[in-house]
Design a protein around this ligand. Structure first.
Ligand code: GLC
Ligand code: CA
Length: 512
């Protein structure tokens, strides 16, 4: 990997905030920076010490802010740049860290750069995006936007059709209109990206979660060009901001870590088999016990070996792009899933509201390009007062409606109840912090991958056996001679004759 990671990442536990839905303090029905500031102590109390905040920049919000119209300006609905700076300061006062969401692959079609780029006359932004030579030329294998510019050409898009792709060049240009990575346009785009990063890092953010990090260079099947591009950025960071943390939405840690990222996400799409565990007809974590974790484990080990056994593959509880966990598993199943999530290597990421088991809300009309993701983006449920304590706006002015279930889960009641999911997660986090074998950079070795899943976590000073038994059926696991149960979740577990007897839907941590 080559790159030394900022020290704070070794102990980092992240909480993902979707700013729209976290906490509204000015009564307009939309979350804001001040709301996040007011809830920092809540996050800290849970045990998380780092935050990833979804895009909070000026945007027409046709993709929840992943369609940026000004990289240098906070979205006015959340506050000003000064408010955002104050958020950074409040985070740091608490010894916490915060990552902003960097969207380097595309902008909103409303961005001024794109408006300029669409003009027929050549200008500074002509080559800021990937354009074909005539409007009748469709880029092969890529979506495009066309027929809306005076300029004669089609513009490649990166995601939705209102998100034109920024131009970082083609790894191996094949058509006349395809520029190389060394052409002037692509080089200027990289310099602008550095300016954006410089701007926010100077204002006090601690690094970035990078959106679609593997998508930048086109026709780059093996990712070699994109790796080279990120190495260029890494050089800049090493010189100017060596403590900035970088997490990629890439899902191929061998590539992203080579590119100088410190951590990569396990994604819910592509080859990770993440969904086998949590989100499919028979998830591994269901007590039905019909799931299968073997493909996941195989792929995980492959990536772990490729990343030189650096535990930097981050497994999220969920995020703004997937259905909430509770749509698939419930009760003790959830607790056992968190025992897994909070005992794997890499920095854990908890999606806001997952710690109280917020529901996926069905049947909502798509908002801000959410489509089926919309049901996972509803306001945080702080209590059982008006609008669940999220906002003082009239209910029909809220960003999205509050869960209509009368017994919706809320933070306040769960904090008061020692047996709540939130307190289980809080205890698990404290347990992880107390036991070095379970932390971000300690090693993992899988011993069994059916039911139960058994793995050994270890570092120089400690070894821990983790038994994860989601199935509703008890199981028995052979133990080494010296073994002591430290923590059990779900049902019970006991040691007898060198074996551990574990109840159904139970997880157990054993020091060995
Ligand atoms: C990432 C984001 C997602 C967004 C897409 C386009 O996958 O997580 O929310 O829609 O990129 O930027
Ligand atoms: Ca607000």
């Amino acid at each position: 990997m080559g790159k030394k990671q900022p020290e704070w990442l070794e102990q980092a536990l992240f909480y993902e905030i979707y700013p729209q839905s976290f906490m509204d303090t000015n009564g307009d029905g939309i979350g804001d920076f001040q709301g996040i500031i007011e809830k920092l102590d809540y996050i800290l109390e849970l045990g998380c010490n780092a935050i990833w905040m979804n895009p909070c920049f000026a945007s027409p919000f046709m993709d929840a802010g992943y369609d940026i119209s000004d990289y240098y300006m906070a979205a006015p609905r959340y506050g000003t740049n000064d408010d955002l700076k104050r958020l950074f300061e409040e985070v740091h006062k608490r010894n916490m860290h915060i990552l902003l969401d960097l969207v380097p692959g595309h902008t909103s079609s409303e961005h001024q750069w794109f408006q300029e780029s669409m003009k027929a006359e050549k200008n500074e932004y002509t080559d800021r995006y990937v354009w074909t030579d005539t409007v009748w030329t469709e880029p092969k294998g890529m979506g495009c936007l066309r027929g809306i510019s005076d300029r004669d050409g089609s513009c490649v898009v990166n995601f939705f059709s209102h998100q034109p792709a920024l131009n970082y060049g083609f790894y191996q240009p094949e058509e006349v209109w395809q520029q190389s990575m060394e052409d002037e346009g692509p080089l200027a785009t990289i310099e602008e990206l550095k300016n954006i990063m410089r701007f926010w890092l100077s204002l006090g953010c601690d690094g970035f979660r990078v959106d679609m990090a593997g998508s930048l260079v086109k026709n780059d099947v093996e990712g070699k060009g994109t790796i080279r591009l990120w190495q260029n950025i890494r050089g800049f960071l090493d010189q100017e901001f060596p403590d900035a943390a970088m997490v990629s939405e890439w899902g191929e840690p061998d590539k992203s870590l080579q590119g100088g990222f410190h951590m990569d996400f396990l994604l819910h799409f592509g080859p990770s088999h993440y969904n086998d565990l949590f989100r499919c007809d028979e998830p591994y974590f269901s007590s039905r016990g019909k799931g299968d974790a073997t493909a996941f484990v195989k792929k995980y080990i492959e990536n772990y070996e490729k990343s030189e056994k650096k535990g930097l593959i981050c497994i999220p509880s969920g995020n703004h792009d997937m259905l909430r966990l509770t749509h698939f598993i419930k009760g003790d199943e959830l607790r056992v899933a968190f025992a897994f999530l909070l005992s794997m290597p890499g920095a854990p990421f908890i999606y806001y509201g997952d710690e109280i088991g917020m529901h996926y809300i069905e049947g909502l009309t798509s908002l801000e390009g959410g489509y089926e993701r919309t049901g996972s983006r509803t306001p945080m449920q702080w209590n059982h007062k008006v609008n669940a304590g999220f906002s003082t706006a009239p209910a029909d002015r809220l960003y999205l409606p509050i869960d209509s279930a009368a017994d919706y889960p809320d933070a306040e009641s769960q904090m008061a109840d020692p047996d709540s999911l939130r307190n289980e997660i809080k205890n698990l986090i404290a347990f992880r912090k107390k036991n070095p074998a379970l932390q971000n950079c300690s090693e993992i070795e899988f011993l069994q991958s059916g039911y139960p899943l058994v793995y050994k976590r270890s570092c120089e000073t400690q070894s821990m056996l983790v038994i994860i038994n989601p199935a509703g059926k008890a199981c028995t696991v052979d133990l080494p001679e010296k073994a002591a149960i430290l923590y059990t979740i779900g049902g019970n577990a006991g040691i007898q004759d060198g074996k551990c007897q574990v109840d159904g839907t139970t997880a157990v941590f054993i020091e060995i």
